[in-house]
Design a protein around this ligand. Structure first.
Ligand SMILES: Cc1cn([C@H]2C[C@H](O)[C@@H](COP(=O)(O)OP(=O)(O)O[C@H]3O[C@@H](C)C(=O)[C@@H](O)[C@H]3O)O2)c(=O)[nH]c1=O
Length: 173
C-alpha cells in the first residue's frame, strides 16, 4: 500500500502492492495503521457497493453537509471508472482531482470532508466500493452538477445513464 498526495489538499490516491502467485493475487485494500502512518485520520464505519450496469453511467457530484460530513475511500472492484474529487472548501478554488480507478490497477481514491465526489463508469458492470466514516443521512445529502462549467472537469465521455437528481442539481454559485 502506497500513497500519492494529489494537488487537491487531503485527496490521496492509494496504490496497491499486489502479491502475485499461481493462485492469483493478494492486496491490502484498507489498513488503519498504514493510513495513520501516512497522516490520514480516517476511521470508516460503513462499507457500500455501487453496481453500475452500463458503461458511461454517471453518479455525482455528491457530499453530505455537516454534521454528517463524510470522508470516503473509493475503490473500483470490477471494471473501471473515471473518478473525481472536487474541492468545494473556501479557498479551494473548485479544483478537482481525476483518477481512473480500476479493478486491474487496484488503486483507490481518498476523499476528505469538503470535497464533492462523482464518477463515470468506463466499462459495463463496473462495481465501486466505498468505505465511509459518517452515517448515510439523506436529509443532508447535497449535490452539484457534473458538467458545471465552473468545475471544468474533463469527463472522457458524456453520460449515457444518469439519474434525474444528478441531471438536475443546480449550478454552483
Ligand atoms: C448513498 C446511499 C444510498 N442509499 C440508498 C438510497 C437510495 O434508495 C439508493 C440510491 O441512493 P443514491 O441515489 O443516493 O446513490 P448514489 O447516487 O450512488 O450516491 C452515491 O454517489 C456517489 C457519487 C458517492 O460519492 C456516494 O457517497 C453516494 O452519494 O441507495 C443507502 O441506503 N445508503 C447510502 O449510503
Amino acid at each position: 500500500m502506497r500513497f500519492r498526495a494529489a494537488a487537491v489538499p487531503g485527496v490521496v490516491e492509494v496504490l496497491a502492492d499486489r502479491a502475485l502467485d499461481a493462485r492469483g493475487a493478494f492486496l491490502r485494500s484498507w489498513c488503519a495503521t498504514r493510513f495513520a502512518e501516512a497522516g490520514i485520520d480516517f476511521a470508516p464505519t460503513q462499507a457500500s457497493l455501487s453496481e453500475n450496469t452500463h458503461r458511461h453511467t454517471l453518479r455525482g457530484m455528491h457530499w453530505q453537509a455537516a454534521p454528517a460530513a463524510e470522508q470516503k475511500l473509493v475503490r473500483c472492484v470490477r471494471g473501471a471508472v473515471f473518478d473525481v474529487a472536487l474541492d468545494l472548501r473556501p479557498g479551494g478554488g473548485l479544483r478537482h482531482e481525476a483518477v481512473v480507478l480500476s479493478a486491474e490497477a487496484g488503486n483507490a481514491l481518498f476523499i476528505p470532508q469538503g470535497c464533492a465526489h462523482g464518477f463515470l463508469t468506463l466499462t459495463d458492470d463496473a462495481v465501486v466500493e466505498y468505505l465511509i466514516d459518517a452515517p448515510y443521512t439523506p436529509a443532508l445529502a447535497r449535490g452539484a452538477r457534473w458538467d458545471d462549467p465552473a468545475f471544468a472537469i474533463p469527463w472522457p465521455a458524456a453520460p449515457a445513464v444518469i439519474g434525474d437528481r444528478d441531471r438536475d442539481w443546480p449550478l454552483h454559485g
